[in-house]
Design a protein around this ligand. Structure first.
Ligand code: ZN
Ligand code: ZN
Length: 272
């Protein structure tokens, strides 16, 4: 059975497990029968500019990942990637990074709105529902900015990221009022050949849905979306590949039979 994992973090991410060397991640992938693996460490453009987390060591990450790519080339398609967070907030930081490093695969992510903390720090249990709706409305504006700011984005990371934290707070956030705006967003990314990620970290955490969830994936399908990447968002070798097969079954149940990987910098659709 085909398996890939296109969203993973090594110890070059500020929140990566100390055991998560590129080499250890490759070994874990091979043990689990994964043939295509993207290492997509965080580059949080805002934090990089503001200096509030340890900066991404682009050179060390590049050198170690390329070493592993060569070492395992007969057993694993290792993809040198990056998870670009909030790039639109500090485009100069991003352009500086991309001038020196040619990534094979770029995830465009949004972890915090402008002038707001990461959604993971928000306590939705104490928040009026209307304010959560206001945040999600802003999220749609800024996820549009995320893909508009650069040409290099290959996939949109964990759309509806906020749902991980509303669900953990016991809030059943209703996305249906936003379907028209999400449909317009899908029309844009489909036109631009940008994929949509199915992030299964929420399945691993036992929340019972992917990001985005099945209904929003149906909306993407109905707009004609075909390019899907799947990622565990593992931050350790142990979590690598976790729930990917569940993500594939979910996709099949919605009518998708292929997922996108990158080989030699080309987008390739693989049958699941
Ligand atoms: Zn992320
Ligand atoms: Zn991530």
């Amino acid at each position: 059975m085909f398996l890939c994992d296109f969203h993973t973090h090594t110890y070059f991410s500020f929140d990566g497990d100390r055991k998560a060397s590129p080499d250890a991640m490759c070994r874990s992938a091979i043990e689990k029968g994964i043939t295509d693996l993207a290492l997509t460490d965080h580059f949080e453009a805002n934090s990089n500019a503001e200096g509030n987390i340890s900066p991404y060591d682009a050179k060390a990450a590049h050198d170690e990942i390329l070493l592993a790519k060569d070492k395992y080339k007969d057993r694993l398609n290792l993809v040198y990637g990056i998870e670009l967070g909030q790039g639109y907030q500090y485009p100069d930081e991003v352009n500086k990074l991309f001038k020196d490093y040619k990534f094979d695969f770029v995830i465009g992510s949004l972890h915090n709105l402008r002038y707001a903390p990461d959604f993971c720090y928000l306590d939705f249990s104490e928040m009026p529902y209307k304010y959560a709706q206001h945040l999600f409305s802003r999220y749609i504006d800024e996820i549009n900015e995320t893909v508009d700011a650069f040409d290099c984005i290959d996939t949109v990371g964990h759309l509806t990221y906020m749902q991980r934290y509303t669900a953990l707070a016991g809030i059943n956030f209703d996305f249906r009022p936003y379907y028209d705006r999400l449909a317009a967003f899908f029309d844009k990314i489909i036109f631009r050949d940008i994929a949509l990620e199915v992030n299964v970290s929420t399945l691993r955490k036992g929340l019972g849905f992917s990001m985005p969830d099945a209904d929003i994936l149906r909306l993407y399908r109905d707009r004609g979306g075909k390019l899907i990447t799947v990622g565990s968002d593992a931050h350790s070798p142990a979590d690598l590949g976790s729930c990917i097969a569940d993500g594939f079954r979910l996709l099949e149940s919605i009518g998708f039979d292929r997922v996108m990987v990158v080989k030699n910098r080309e987008k390739v659709l693989c049958k699941i």
